[in-house]
Design a protein around this ligand. Structure first.
Ligand code: FA5
Ligand code: MG
Length: 431
């Protein structure tokens, strides 16, 4: 698919900022939404008594056999809930009729056409990676917030569910790859709203240059790579979108310098769709590339697909409802999603005194565990500290199914369970 149209306004915008890599609390600390487990994968299943969709008990990913008990354990070094385990193996990016798969294929097309099939493609690398792969290999500092149990899903103290596809950069470099694309599901404990979800898909791109490539240009290697990177991604944007409003933002990532983010104007807001930059020399040196320079990028596939297919809520990607799935066709990029009937939300408020260890990501996990995707949004609506120094939070939970009407009875039961678990699991005092 080739789009000859040009980007209407591709503004280059500079912001001296500290925003970024996995600094995920900024600007969205009081709203989040959740997911419900379901599965279409063919594997051993245990059906839950509550009628919810089944949770897999074993599956195979990228040649690695994974049992539920390997990933979800009642042990302080583990914080993976069943709702997350049930997403492992779903591999939306490998479904050619799903917006994420359609988008992946369209990006492949762009790279194949423009780089004569030079990019090696990986979309089946196991999402369970070591702490070393996910963080150390890409120079994430020891005290970086993204390493915390509050932000990342740990299987044990040395193993995580990858929180970005950058976790595979080093091994692929060591294996001698110089041009590659890695697509995969990534996992983050995160405050969630219509554009954030605890499981989403990224595509990593990586290109190594040898000295003779930049020497002829008269530029230094870093400037050469940065120019090439922006040209590559602008071309990709034109290929995918034709006309759309975008801007570049200066950013920070531990693994690139300089670093940038690309934002697209969507639903009356600027939405960040990718991070990128010129790879730190140390990563290249550590992995057998001594005199080279490289660029890397990480695309958020859901974010791009939301814009391309007009999908208003990130939860929809996980819907098995035919009214969603039947709207997309293999290889077709021009389709705009037509929302099916919207059922009314039901709001429930709850207040409690927080303690020192309280975090919104933990609350988010409790609500998600009880209500799955029926919890559409959790919003902090009141926050005060009394004279004794005790802080109270009031959260409003919006329950809504995208597929059917919920009964009062059902919602009251969900809310009762949420209250109970918030009290027992988070040790807070309900008001
Ligand atoms: C990273 O993950 C970097 N690894 C990207 C990168 C790669 C930078 C290579 C430089 C070189 P960040 O945390 O910003 O960066 O996430 C990248 C993209 O993933 C975001 O731009 C966004 O499109 C998407 N994203 C991040 N969090 C979520 C979420 N919770 N739900 C959906 N999409 C998300
Ligand atoms: Mg970012």
């Amino acid at each position: 698919m080739t789009m000859a149209m040009s980007i209407a306004q591709f503004t280059f915008f500079s912001r001296a900022t500290s925003s970024s890599f996995l600094n995920r609390t900024n600007a969205r600390f009081n709203r989040f939404t959740f997911s419900t487990p379901f599965s279409t994968a063919d594997a051993t299943c245990t059906r839950k008594k509550n009628g919810r969709l089944p949770v897999l008990s074993a599956l195979e990913l990228g040649g690695v056999k994974i049992a539920r008990d390997d990933v979800v354990r009642d042990d302080p070094t583990n914080n993976v809930p069943d709702s997350i385990f049930s997403k492992l193996g779903m591999q939306l990016h490998k479904r050619n009729q799903h917006p994420i798969g359609i988008l992946k294929n369209a990006i492949y097309e762009y790279f194949d056409a423009n780089y004569s099939n030079k990019f090696d493609k990986f979309d089946d690398l196991c999402p369970l990676v070591s702490v070393k792969q996910n963080f150390d290999d890409v120079l994430v500092p020891a005290d970086h917030i993204s390493r915390s149990y509050n932000d990342t899903y740990y299987v044990d103290s040395q193993t995580v569910l990858r929180c970005h596809t950058s976790a595979h950069q080093a091994e692929l470099l060591r294996d001698g790859h110089t041009h590659f694309l890695v697509t995969g599901d990534v996992y983050r404990r995160d405050s969630i709203d219509s554009t954030h979800y605890p499981v989403f898909h990224q595509m990593e791109g990586f290109r190594v240059f040898s000295p003779k490539e930049w020497e002829a240009s008269g530029l230094d290697g870093t400037s050469y790579a940065a120019d090439d990177l922006k040209k590559c991604l602008e071309g990709l944007a034109r290929h995918l979108f034709g006309a759309v409003e975008m801007r570049w933002i200066d950013a920070y990532f531990p693994f690139t310098n300089p670093s940038f983010e690309l934002e697209i104007y969507f639903q009356e807001k600027w939405m960040e769709v990718l991070g990128c930059g010129v790879t730190e020399q140390e990563i290249l040196r550590n992995n057998g590339q001594l005199d080279s320079v490289a660029w890397a990028f990480g695309l958020g596939l859901e974010r791009l697909a939301m814009v391309l297919f007009d999908i208003p809520d990130i939860r929809l990607f996980w819907s098995n409802d035919e009214r969603f799935t039947s709207q997309f066709t293999k290889g077709k990029m021009g389709i705009k999603f037509k929302p099916f009937s919207k059922f009314p939300p039901c709001f429930k408020d709850m207040s409690f005194w927080i303690n020192e260890s309280f975090t919104e990501n933990n609350l988010c996990e409790v609500v998600r565990g009880v209500a799955g995707d029926l919890a559409e949004e959790v919003q902090l609506i009141d926050n005060f500290t009394n004279k004794k120094g005790m802080t109270s939070h009031c959260y409003r939970i919006a329950y809504r199914s995208m597929e059917r009407s919920l009964t009062d009875e059902e919602i009251n039961e969900l809310q009762r369970k949420v209250r109970e678990q918030v009290e027992t699991k988070l040790n807070v005092e309900l008001r």
